[in-house]
Unconditional design. Structure first.
Length: 395
């Protein structure tokens, strides 16, 4: 990962491009070092803590969680209609079982993430137009919509203009319409990215800047948001970030109004000649990375606690310190993923089946002994928690 030093000016020269019809476009870092330096350091520290945590023990579980929440986030931003639970269910389907377009959308995003991970694993990876086109082709695969033209840059006619944004998020914006201008700008974006890498600009800045300028060009007929977020994630993944770069899509969904508004704000600031027009968008990106990394670190700790707790339960069952009913109760409470109200437990069919031929005294004794062994806790609201949960989490 990049080392962030205390520098007064970020490396990377502007690249001014003359287009045939859209006018001049300048790709620039445009970020105030003083405004983002502390955030850069905090993100670096958070990432170091995260990768230093016991990821190996819970990697598969964490990867699955991040995949679902990130695909839900990026798909919902672009009008996807599946809930997070439905997104998870779609990802479990055999590819041959995928019929509905909404399911195909999420399966395609997963394929695009996998494509990006394979691509950036090659030493010396750099962003290319073909990579961008391939990401778009993957995202659009088998979608029955005339707006999707996989891997094809736009070339608008006068009667089919492309306009993005809305008044609620800073106004509407008309990106380049002529296909020749779009091709020129995409080639320039890839060239500028290589220059930033050569200059040593940190990936934590490169990623949001490329994301921002890609969306400003808006090169495809549809799917630009999803492609832009995959590109951003790929740049970060290439620099050693794990999980957080994909989980960032959910943060953007949570900040969706600000996310959309900042594209227009930064573009307008550049038009006014501001010295650091891109600072607000980069700040959003860094704040998101910090939030995601801290959340992932906390999640790893919780997952590790669950793994260790499950092993302890199994050990106590083997030593006959727990009976099968008590083991089943604790296993279900862990699967619940959160506190289980005592009344809900008592009404659950699986719980009632455990005591079909048992007395109330037996039920009470089983729970009491779980509490005595500090395997089960009950809070003031009558909710049951696994024993490893800190008391402060129950208040």
């Amino acid at each position: 990962m990049d080392k962030i030093s205390d520098i007064g000016v970020f490396p990377g020269n502007p690249l001014r491009v003359e287009t045939a019809r859209f006018g001049p476009v300048t790709f620039q870092v445009g970020v105030d070092p003083k405004a983002v330096h502390a955030l850069l350091l905090r993100v670096g520290d958070a990432h170091a803590r995260f990768i230093g945590s016991p990821l190996a023990q819970v990697a598969n579980h964490l990867e699955r969680e991040v995949l679902v929440t990130s695909i839900f986030g990026t798909n919902t931003i672009e009008g996807g209609q599946l809930s997070e639970e439905e997104t998870a269910a779609a990802l479990d389907l055999d590819p041959k079982q995928v019929q509905a377009e909404q399911q195909r959308r999420v399966v395609n995003i997963r394929a695009a993430y996998e494509l990006a991970q394979r691509a950036v694993s090659k030493p010396g990876w750099l962003l290319t137009e073909e990579f961008i086109r391939e990401v778009h082709r993957t995202i659009c695969r088998d979608l029955d919509d005339a707006h999707y033209q996989p891997g094809v840059f736009r070339d608008n006619t006068k009667d089919q203009p492309t306009v993005v944004g809305d008044e609620a998020h800073g106004g509407r914006y008309k990106p380049p319409q002529y296909g020749g201008d779009i091709r020129t700008l995409m080639a320039a974006l890839v060239e500028w990215y290589a220059q930033l890498v050569q200059a040593g600009l940190p990936a934590l800045l490169r990623a949001p800047l490329v994301h921002f300028y890609f969306e400003t060009i808006h090169p495809f007929w549809d799917g630009n948001g999803r492609v832009g977020r995959v590109i951003e994630a790929a740049i970060l993944h290439a620099e050693g970030f794990r999980y957080a770069q994909f989980a960032l899509a959910r943060y953007y969904l949570d900040q969706i109004d600000r996310y959309f508004a900042l594209f227009n704000q930064c573009r307008k600031q550049a038009g006014r000649g501001d010295a650091h027009p891109n600072t607000p968008f980069v700040e959003l990106h860094l704040e998101g990375m910090l939030s995601v990394l801290n959340s992932l670190h906390d999640r790893v700790n919780r997952l590790v606690n669950v793994v260790l707790f499950e092993a302890e339960l199994r050990s106590r069952l083997d030593r006959k310190e727990l009976n099968a009913r008590q083991y089943a109760i604790m296993t279900q409470i862990l699967k619940n993923g959160g506190p289980m109200p005592l009344d809900e437990l008592r009404q659950a069919p699986w719980y009632r089946a455990l005591y079909t031929r048992r007395t109330d005294k037996t039920r009470q004794r089983d729970l009491s002994r779980l509490r005595e062994q500090h395997l089960l806790k009950q809070d003031r609201q009558g909710r049951l928690w696994p024993g490893f949960v800190a008391i402060r989490e129950q208040d």
